[in-house]
Design a protein around this ligand. Structure first.
Ligand code: CA
Length: 237
């Protein structure tokens, strides 16, 4: 199989060599130390995905996300030294897929990259169904099954699940989920708020999670949002 192409935009030489060492066998890696050069490199080399440091010497990493999103939906993983939720939320709302907080473990980083690879392979947006582990969603018949048993979801629960599954592996912020819920209703019904989102999420989890006290499908990112995890993302494939 052809190797995945990755562009790392990062000015810290230590992190550059870490990635170069870890990714050399499985990925083709291009490195840029500035945002401007990174954007140029993205156009010339067209990598499959980008790992982006937010604190760059020239332009802000946020600007890089916004620029790339003008022409491409390729996955972007943000690397940030600042453990601030608001910054992650801003990056995700701009279109980043996931984030790593420095210092991160190598295992954690490799797990995130496996998720990205899965996303690249699966073509989620155009598929007619989503199947992963015990969960299956047929977008055509609006049918959801867990362990081959049909699960009955309310229209709102179903919309949440479809939105998360179309973006499986990607961290979805509260704001994105709320605007998705609000997009389908008439203005006078726009009463979805954080409280109701939590309630819908709790009832959705009750219906699809094998173990409700330890959710394995819908993962909470505290203060940020939710992510539909691949059931086997921690396996080495
Ligand atoms: Ca930096």
């Amino acid at each position: 199989m052809e190797k995945c192409k990755c562009l790392l935009i990062e000015d810290d030489p230590t992190i550059q060599s870490l990635f170069a060492l870890l990714l050399k066998d499985e990925y083709v890696l291009e490195i840029s130390a500035t945002g401007q050069a990174g954007l140029k490199m993205d156009l010339i080399k067209n990598p499959d995905f980008i790992i982006l440091d937010l604190g760059l010497p020239d332009i802000d990493g946020m600007q890089v996300i916004a620029e790339v999103r003008k022409y491409s939906q390729k996955p972007i993983i943000v690397v940030t030294a600042r453990d601030e939720d608001q910054e992650k939320v801003t990056a995700l709302d701009l279109g980043a897929d996931d984030y790593l907080t420095k210092p991160f473990s190598i295992e954690e980083m490799l797990a995130r990259l496996r998720v990205i690879k899965r996303r690249l392979k699966s073509n989620l947006l155009n598929g007619t169904s989503f199947t992963d582990g015990r969960l299956r969603i047929s977008y055509e018949s609006c049918q959801v099954t867990v362990d081959d048993k049909e699960v009955h979801l309310t229209p709102t629960e179903y919309r949440l699940l479809v939105y998360l599954s179309r973006n499986a592996g990607k961290v979805i912020t509260y704001k994105m989920l709320l605007s998705e819920l609000r997009s389908g209703v008439t203005p006078e019904l726009m009463d979805y708020d954080m409280g109701s989102l939590r309630v819908y999420m709790a009832s959705l989890r009750k219906k699809i999670e094998p173990n409700i006290s330890k959710p394995s499908y819908i993962i909470t990112h505290l203060g940020i949002g939710y992510r539909l995890a691949y059931h086997d993302e921690n396996d080495n494939d």
